[in-house]
Design a protein around this ligand. Structure first.
Ligand SMILES: Nc1nc2c(ncn2[C@@H]2O[C@H](COP(=O)(O)OP(=O)(O)OP(=O)(O)O)[C@@H](O)[C@H]2O)c(=O)[nH]1
Ligand SMILES: [Mg+2]
Length: 317
């Protein structure tokens, strides 16, 4: 269940400061959406592209719940990637409607779409996502998890069949976990960025706050350390955040729908909750480069994912 959490930093030259850029080369900047069904590796790819973890990942479907922006500036080009929740059709609760709306609203604004699949697989859920992609935008097909493909020879006919489904701008089989693949992807994407000024500072990584990242990191540990028995509707809310010099005092609640779920998270003798807290604290200390005191609570709020109002209260746009 534990996974390597640090993404490979893409092997790109350090971006020169703006003042050293050749002024005769125009700046480029573009919005690139990352879409696909749940669990294909969208967030893993985003983190690899940014060179730092900005979006949480797990082997459970529907890990990502928000639109998350990750930024990478290389020489004159600023890539603004938008990670999205895996498009979901199975359930129809308010949470899912909200997640799907997020995907739709992202697609309206972007210059380019990365449509992520698992290499060699194209199911109904992948087809549904494909049918949502706008006709008038270039779409790059990413066949991810190439490292997991046993029979490479079968990939060529699969790619050919994919080419018949839509006029894709590019086909890129890769592994989001392989540094050289990620470097190659930047070169492929750069020509699609429009010539225009940058939207973010040169060293920006994300538009999300530390507080948001903290709640997400706790949710990641929760997802990774509980089995499939924990419904995906559990969420995390930061109740208190105090900076005392180098020390951060954070108090957070894990919100679940049933008493039984509360027991699963706490575990026997409180062991599981302790482990979630301690793994989250270590990662937060690494992210914030300072000591963190983390207090975790578990609360039951039945039906929170079923009403749109509650979903909004918990920070889903
Ligand atoms: N073998 C292999 N596994 C990968 C690769 N990329 C991602 N994964 C794994 O696939 C699982 C899902 O990754 P995520 O990045 O969370 O997937 P996602 O598409 O963002 O999922 P949702 O947010 O739920 O829509 C995790 O267990 C990753 O470690 C890859 O290139 N190779
Ligand atoms: Mg994700």
């Amino acid at each position: 269940m534990t996974e390597n959490t640090s993404p490979p930093a893409a092997e790109m030259p350090d971006s020169p400061s703006a003042s050293t850029l050749d002024p005769s080369v125009p700046k480029r900047c573009g919005l690139i959406a990352i879409v696909g069904r749940p669990n294909v590796g969208k967030s893993t790819l985003l983190n690899a592209l940014v060179g730092q973890k900005v979006s949480i990942t797990s082997d459970k479907a529907q890990t990502t719940r928000h639109r998350i922006t990750g930024v990478r500036t290389i020489e004159e080009a600023q890539f603004v990637f938008v990670d999205t929740p895996g498009f979901q059709m199975k359930h129809n609760a308010a949470l899912n409607r909200t997640l799907n709306r997020t995907v739709h609203s992202v697609l309206g604004d972007v210059d380019l779409v990365l449509y992520v699949l698992e290499a060699g697989r194209f199911g109904l859920d992948d087809a549904k996502v494909l049918s949502l992609l706008p006709e008038d935008k270039p779409v790059v097909m990413i066949a991810n998890k190439l490292d997991a493909v046993q029979r490479r020879a079968e990939l060529a006919p699969w790619l050919k069949s994919m080419a018949e489904r839509r006029n894709f701008a590019e086909f890129v089989p890769l592994s989001a976990k392989k540094e050289s693949d990620v470097t190659r992807l930047f070169k492929i994407l750069k020509p699609y960025l429009p010539e225009q000024g940058w939207f973010y500072e040169e060293d920006a990584l994300t538009d999300r706050s530390e507080k948001f990242l903290a709640s997400e990191i706790i949710r990641e540990k929760l997802f990774r350390l509980t089995g499939d028995e924990l419904p995906y509707t559990s969420t995390v809310v930061i109740d208190k955040w105090e900076d005392e010099g180098e020390l951060r005092r954070i108090s957070a609640s894990i919100v679940v729908e049933r008493d039984a779920h509360k027991g699963m998270i706490i575990g026997s003798g409180g062991e599981r909750l302790k482990r979630i807290g301690s793994e989250a604290r270590q990662e937060l200390e690494h992210l914030m480069q300072g000591r963190v005191f983390l207090e975790l609570w578990v609360k039951v709020r039945s039906g929170w994912a079923d009403t749109e109002e509650r979903v909004r209260t918990y920070g889903y746009e």
